[in-house]
Design a protein around this ligand. Sequence first.
Ligand code: PEP
Ligand code: MG
Length: 540
Amino acid sequence: SAGAPAAAPSGDPATERAALGAALDAVADDLAALREGAAAATADILDAQALALADTELMGAAHAAIDGGRSAARAWHDAVDAAAAAYDGLDDEYLRARAADLRDLGRRVVARLAGDATAGDGAPAVLVAEDLGAAEVAELDPARVRALATAAGGPTSHASIIARGLGIPAVAGLGASALAIPDGTMLIVDGGAGTVDVAPGAEAVAAHEARAREDAAREARARERSGEPAVTADGRHVEVAANIGGPGDVAAAVAAGADGVGLLRSEFLFLERAEPPSEDEQAAAYAEAARAFGGRRVVVRTLDAGADKPLRYLPRAAEANPFLGVRGLRLALEHPEALRTQLRAALRAAAAGPIGIMFPMVSEVDELRRARAALDEAREALAREGVEAPAVEVGAMVEVPAAAIMAEELAAEADFLSIGTNDLTQYVMAAERGNAGVARLSDPVHPAVLRLIAGVARAGRAGGARVAVCGEAASDPAAVPLLVGMGVGELSVAPRRVPLVKAQVRGLDADAAGALADRAMGLEGAAEVRALVASEAPPA
Ligand code: PEP
Ligand code: MG
């Protein structure tokens, strides 16, 4: 958690105008770089965005707001939002898409202002925004952004996950009132509790600082033993692996003592670019991770695009419900050439160290079979070219309720199952992960979700497939004892959480955790489960 003034503290209007100008120039350069080699459809969008950057009306509105005391970021955000709102209600799909492009442009500029120390007085601050895309969060500078608070989104939205990965406490789904917080207001952002305290009193600040010191001390203690395996008090070994969301995460994960990589989100290679990465580029990225882990397994997840992770170069027809649409493995099976390239790259990387390949959003056994067939074909094609790829483990993500219910059949076709609790919770509870209005329902320790997870763990044991959890629940202190108690063998978590999760596992008794999980599954709701765990198994 972090306490700091709300971003961006506005300087005098001249400073803010200059900061805005610099950010607009920088974004213009970014767009020009993206434009190079972009496919025609993408180039059109980038051209339209470049034009909007120079739009005198937008600039006039932003300058007027700055002169009225707004920060550069707030002024630009509001100006763009007003312009985009004018397109929103229109029937024409093309114009509605323009609104989205405008907002994207607005966020690019705000992210620049936040990432560069050009806005305000340059002091670290809390960034308050309507919402940010995953790629924009990835560009934030943790030295500058002490915490992130957004009006929209949810705790397991990709923006929140990436922010936490960067060590930026993030609270999402605060509602529109967050945007009315005046610049320069002191905020306490508690990422763990999901709360933002606006203009706290001296006592609250002192309590917060004491808690932050305790957290830091606990983390430091956990880091001292992070290189050792995580074994429960009664001797059960639980692998604590890392989720890798970008190139910078590899070194952080190794340093944090991760027992390998349980989820390499390959999306980072694909998003925010005009053309897909080549086979060589992908092979190099996967091999680098494998080498860094020196003999420990690295699980590459094939591209999980669609829904909240759209690709510029695979434009798709609009979907009324993208999370229920063509995403993940569904999209990959529709684009066999892209899947083939990725599978070849992962197989080639296996020469550098043990690689696992897992497929996201598996709904049916047949999909997994088709994916495995594509992998076999890629292996045979490589062999014909004289490249003998080492064996790889093949896994299915379990994040669709149908897959959890059919886990036994899936386990028969897979070496491992990896439970994606973020999506599994969203689909079980019918509560979109980025929708602030249903955040209360979207809790992975709800007994409905827990019962499915327990079933997957059982099916894995029966079918000889190891079972991992790679959703955010794997590092949720309330969920860890339950997952270990159910017999989950691997928890894959954000690199900086590895030491803490290992420490918590060491403090558990697996049998007692099993009994606790049984009791939790008999309760009515997530709140009761959290209360039970808090009373029985306080975190390490
Ligand atoms: C999940 O859904 O839990 C998961 C790990 O995948 P992602 O968060 O990338 O959708
Ligand atoms: Mg998922």
